[in-house]
Design a protein around this ligand. Sequence first.
Ligand code: PSU
Ligand code: MN
Length: 307
Amino acid sequence: MTDFRISYGTEVAEAQRDGRPVVALESTIVSHGLPRPENLRVAREIERTVRDAGAVPATIGMIAGELVVGLDDAQLTRLATVDGVTKLSVRDLAVAAAAGADGATTVAATSAVAAAAGIGVFATGGLGGVHREAAHTFDESADLVTLAQTPIAVVCAGVKSILDVGATLERLETLGVAVVGYRTRRFPGFYLTDAGFDLDWSVDSPEQVAAVLAARDEHAVHTGGLLIANPLPVDEQLDPQLHDRTLTEGLALLERDGITGKAVTPYLLAHFHSSTEGASLAVNVRIILRNADLAARIAVASVARGT
Ligand code: PSU
Ligand code: MN
């Protein structure tokens, strides 16, 4: 566990003191994954979804060099609307803190901070992973290696479909990140219901996930992350033909514009959102809200078990 100095939102601090369920949420999705002005509206809707399911939302980010677990509405607004918010992975946290920066935390950074704050459940959209040209570029998200070392349950719709999903699943196996499908044995593909790969395990209820987390803590053998892969229903996914067309186009543009490093994922997501005229945005929002709801139910079930 990393020893960060953390500032807690009032509601989160109270919930933790009273042993009530808390769900961690990331801010990169807000600052870099969704277009303005919808991003702020969606950020608030994610928090409301967590509350409606009986848990307290803890959106995580950095404000003027301070790590905040449970951003208040003014802080959330700042990260959603101000220019120059940095995308922060785990390695950036100390540097950004020393610089007094505003920053949005990725899945990697959010997981590490949430675990350090004693929060066990986290909801996001789609995980980062191995990029399609990784054999040449070595571009693999720090989300993977961080989750290998971080005891947190992440509810996601698989990994982003812009990635090499098969290679990402192989890396998750190598790194020792547990993956279970939620009411499915097929790995979801973010915008798409099914990415074309089988899963070894599936769970059917929040209580079952809570049982897995309890067993992990009891045995203390596997201390890494657990992915709960929660697919969109088929009739809510992005039209697969539109998806494939948009992705091919986006990958070509990436090459043309020479985009590399941490700019790749925001660039491709922005391309999807503009080129599908909002269709991918609507799907992305559905994904996050469904994951926020499931994560909250898992947090509630974990508290009910007394673990
Ligand atoms: N899921 C989404 N939208 C996003 C992301 C995930 O629906 O914007 C973000 C997450 O913060 C994730 C990051 O950690 O993209 C991955 O970036 P990279 O590939 O540079 O590691
Ligand atoms: Mn990368």
